[in-house]
Design a protein around this ligand. Sequence first.
Ligand code: DAH
Length: 345
Amino acid sequence: MSRRESVGTVAAMDVAALESEALSAIASAPTLGALDDARVRYLGRKSELKQALRGVRDRESGLALNTARERIESAVAEREHELRSAALQDALSAEALDVTVSLPGDEVHLGTLHPTTLTRRVVEDAFLGLGYEVIEDREVETTYYNFDQLAFPPAHPTRSPRDTFFLDEERVLRTETSPSQIHVMEAKPPPIYMVSLGRVYRRDEITPTRFPIFHQFEGLAVDRHLTLADLKGTLLHVMRALYGEERQVRFRTHFFPFTEPSIEPDVSCPICELAGCRTCKFTGWIEMGGAGMVDPQVFENVGIDPTEWSGFAFGCGIERAAQLRHGIPEIRPFWENDLRVLRQF
Ligand code: DAH
């Protein structure tokens, strides 16, 4: 006996079978479309259930059929809810990596580089472009490297604790970056092209132009047939990197224990272009440090033959260069960590 023929006097067994068939079809409907098909098949106007309800004669089968209908309807609602929330979950996890639908992130406040660092990087880049090796050396030196090997005579004033910070009899905070020359020449044979950048220390009072800590860059070139002209061309290259292509460089004679001849390089004043102003003390030129040809005595100290090799060296202050580049009138702000100043760079 088919169910369709039994509906007029529906047997409890048939309704139960119909209901369980409907419930399992609904529970396993894989999509909302499939669920709708099942709903039409079991609850639609032409469904067995609806037709049976239309033909109901006795109260008992009516009750049984209605109960089955209600259970099937709530099964459909429940499965629909399941499928919709699964679809939502899928969509959310598929879009989780789509940055175009995210909200904007929190703004990150990046700091700015310190003017000393900015200037230091200009110098490093200029020398890297010339094929120099860029190094950073120790700040605690022995008197042997800071003075003896650089041919400072025994009575030179910077050997005094009045001028130099001594840690003990033989160790000092380096007073200049020049000891790097010795370390590099001891470490490897020529040719050498190196620049060493870092802090140096002197027992100076703090004034608008002096501070007991500052930075220098130190260059050393050792090769065959180097001359003062090579030194001048090298300094010109760096000064132009620092202050623009219009720069000129001139040399004045001077004295340093470790160079012969020694000179002080001047750069044409970038503020007034040689016309004379307060920055250049109305001379048109600004002193940039010290330089010279490596003294034969220094070569002998490190075991390099001065008849075969020649070299030049130079040292300049980095804060001084930064002051000139950015128009900062004093050296003190470089060490005060005042954000109102530092944020401007
Ligand atoms: N070290 C010197 C200073 O601090 C500057 C200097 C002069 C460096 C001559 C050199 C040099 O390399 O050859 O005043």
